[in-house]
Structure formats: C-alpha cells, structure tokens
Design a protein around this ligand. Structure first.
Ligand code: HEC
Ligand code: HEC
Length: 355
C-alpha cells in the first residue's frame, strides 16, 4: 500500500516536471527564418525579383502557417470549405467547375482562377480589383457566395484550437490571432506557388529543341507568329502582360469586367490577361468559363472574335475576317498550349494539404 503511494508520488513528480518542461517548449523564442523562393535565373532576367510587401517578408514559419490556413475549413461558416475547395493543386489551384459553389450552394458568375506565379501580379481577380495577395485573401472568407463567414468568427475558431496559436507565435511573434496575420500567412504560401518546370521552359528558355515534337514546334510558331498570341500572353516567362484587356468575346459583354470596379466606360469588357502556364489543366476557360476545351478557345481566336466588342484591344491582331486557321494549325496550337503544363508543380508535396 505504502509502496504504491510512494511510487505514485514519484510518478506524479515526474509528470509534474515533465509538464513544466512542456510548458517551456511551448514558449520558444520568436525567431522566424527567411525563406527564399527558388526560381530559374532566366525568370528574374525577364520580370525581376518577386516583390513582397515590406511588412510581410516570406518566412518558413509564415509559409507553413499559410499552407495550413489555405487548406483550413474553419475559414468557412459551416467548416466545410477551404480555399483549396475551389483552388485544387491538381488543377494548378483552379476549379474544374465552371462556377464554384459557396457553402450555401449558390454559384457565382465567374470561373475561379489558377494561382500560379501570382507573386508577380499587381492586379488580382478577373477585374483586377485587388492589388495584393494579402488584400485578395480577405475577400473569399466574407463573400456570401463563397465561405460566407465573418472575421471575428474565423479568429475565434482559430484562437480556440490547440494547433494555431503556437504557429502564429512562430510566424508573427504573438499568439493573439487577427485577420491581418491570417491573410499575410496565406499570401506568403501563395508566393511560393511558382511554376517554371514545363517542357516549354526546357525548349524555349533552356534551348533544348529535342523536347518538342514537330507538331508542338509548329504550334509555337503560330503562337508567336500569325496568331500574335504573345502580344498579350508575353514571352516574359509569366505568359501574361499582367494587364487587363478586352480580347473580343462579346459584342455586348454581360459582365463589365474592369469597368465594374473603376466605373470608367473605356474599361468595359476588359479582363485580366491570364497566365497560360498549366493551361492544359485549368479548364473551363475565360472569366465565365464559357469554353470547355482548348480547342474551343482556339476556334474562338480563329473565327469568333467580335470586332465590334467595346474597347477591343489594339494588340488583338487585325483578324478582319478572322485568323481562319486550318484544322491542322488549330491542332498544332492546342498541342503547343499543352506543353505549358508543369507536372512537378501539380504534385509538389510542399503545396499539398498538410492538415
Ligand atoms: C467558392 C470558391 C472559392 C473559394 C472558397 C475561394 N476562391 Fe479564390 N477565387 C474564386 C473565384 C470564382 C475567383 C475569381 C473571382 C473574380 O474574379 O471575381 C477567385 C480568385 C482568386 C484569386 C485571384 C487570382 C488572380 O490571378 O487574380 C486568388 C489569389 C484567390 N482566389 C485565392 C483564394 C484564397 C486565398 C482563398 C481562401 C481564403 C480563396 N481564393 C477561396 C473562387 C474561390
Ligand atoms: C489582346 C490581348 C490578347 C491576345 C492577342 C490573345 N489573348 Fe488570350 N486572353 C486575353 C484575355 C484578356 C483573356 C481573358 C478574357 C476573359 O476571360 O474575358 C484571354 C484568355 C485566354 C485563354 C483562357 C485562359 C483562362 O485561364 O481561362 C487562353 C487559353 C488564351 N487566351 C489563349 C490565347 C491564344 C492561343 C492566343 C492567340 C491565338 C491569344 N490568347 C491571344 C488576351 C489576349
């Protein structure tokens, strides 16, 4: 009997000491480690270093937290939806559905966007209404047709979890969570989503002509030749001029695009020129997902451009009666577009769901 008490006593003391140690472990010093985002040298040659806001430098701890938050369903009102519900890694962080559904089952009227090399972008969303990834990440959480939540509720849930407060401490030096730290961490993770590992990279920037078939070479020649696709989807490694333009989808656009947020009539029908990287896995296409396949897109550029569309961009080739590509040329162009897929990006374990 006495023996048992003594043993229990010793055991209890051991537990107590252990618990004290644990407490110290839970209060590490705040010392975040800078994280450099590795990209091939030719990228910076064309578009410079990726800029990050002075008040949100990329750190290993911030990226780790941001990755967890990107996949965190607590961000939504009913704990069913994370950013990744509509931005799926296997689709280059795009949504294969034409219109994403919010937690309440309502569909929006715009197709979701891929998140690829977004750290170089200054205009976020199809109409360019947000200038930074931090600013952008605020919106889906409170959007009634997306996560339909409110920030005090998100913060309350994260604060009450056992996992998040220490992660916020490691990333930002405080366990008291606020919405600004949530969006900063998510933006840090998004900046790491860089994709320059396609066959096109090896061919064009790496100078290895053996990686393209003859058909892909022909398609590339159309892309940069008579198609003038590279007027807007620039050969600047990002495959976008990062501007908003009207490519002539409609005579009478149902969605005003950039005008919706600037109110200026010369912005009507202008949408973000999207990157074409990983375009083979981000169907459907255009701001409203109207085209199901790349063949449909190529048909549009070949003979569907509306010359009377308001503010049709001057960089659109003067199609006049249309580019009128032959069936073979169309197939060549589609084959080229499919070389822009970066398989390693779509399966990179650093970007997958850590929860
Ligand atoms: C219900 C689906 C849905 C959810 C959830 C969602 N998004 Fe989106 N996302 C979209 C749609 C749709 C667009 C385009 C909307 C528009 O242009 O008006 C978009 C656009 C974006 C863009 C702009 C990309 C660019 O190149 O301009 C980013 C970045 C982004 N989302 C990140 C996020 C993050 C971070 C979260 C989580 C906090 C999130 N999204 C949650 C559907 C969703
Ligand atoms: C004047 C600039 C311009 C030119 C030239 C141009 N595009 Fe585009 N492209 C855009 C814009 C703007 C969009 C988005 C339009 C929208 O959704 O309203 C777009 C969208 C696309 C998309 C769909 C992207 C997505 O994520 O949904 C593909 C694919 C595409 N273009 C390929 C091409 C090809 C191939 C050519 C050459 C035949 C070409 N583009 C020429 C501006 C241009």
């Amino acid at each position: 009997m006495r023996k048992t008490i003594i043993i229990a006593g010793i055991f209890g003391t051991v537990l107590l000491i252990h618990a004290c140690h644990k407490k110290t472990d839970n209060n590490p010093v705040y010392a975040p480690t800078a994280q450099t985002i590795e990209v091939p040298a030719y990228v910076e040659k064309y578009v410079g270093k990726m800029q990050e806001p002075a008040d949100n430098p990329t750190t290993k701890e911030g990226v780790l937290l941001g990755r967890k938050l990107f996949y965190e369903v607590m961000l939504s009102n009913d704990n069913t939806m994370s950013c990744a519900t509509c931005h799926k890694q296997e689709n280059a962080f795009d949504d294969p559905r034409r219109f994403s559904l919010g937690t309440n089952g309502t569909a929006g009227n715009r197709n979701a966007m891929a998140i690829v090399n977004a750290g170089w972008e200054n205009h976020l969303f199809w109409d360019g209404r947000r200038a930074t990834l931090e600013g952008q990440a605020h919106d889906p959480v409170t959007n009634p047709i997306e996560m339909a939540n409110n920030w005090p509720e998100v913060v309350r849930k994260l604060q009450a979890s056992s996992v998040y407060p220490p992660l916020f401490f490691s990333a930002f030096g405080t366990k008291t969570i606020d919405s600004n730290m949530v969006v900063k961490a998510i933006a840090q993770f998004e900046r790491t989503l860089v994709s320059f590992g396609s066959r096109f990279d090896k061919y064009f920037y790496g100078g290895d002509t053996t990686v393209f078939s003859q058909q892909e070479k022909n398609g590339f020649a159309i892309f940069t030749g008579k198609g003038l696709c590279n007027n807007c989807h620039l050969m600047n490694t990002l495959l976008t001029d990062r501007d908003l333009k009207n490519n002539g989808l409609d005579e009478n656009p149902a969605d005003d695009g950039k005008m919706k947020f600037t109110g200026i009539s010369t912005d009507r029908g202008k949408f973000k020129v999207p990157t074409l990287r990983n375009i083979g896995v981000t169907a459907p296409y255009m701001h409203d997902g109207r085209f199901a396949t790349l063949a449909d897109v190529v048909n549009f550029y070949s003979s569907g451009v509306k010359q009377t569309s308001p503010n049709l961009d001057e960089h659109m080739p003067d199609f006049g009666s249309g580019l009128n590509l032959t069936n073979e040329e169309k197939a060549d162009l589609v084959a080229f577009l499919n070389t822009l897929t970066d398989q390693a990006f779509l399966t990179d374990a650093r970007f997958s769901n850590p929860n």
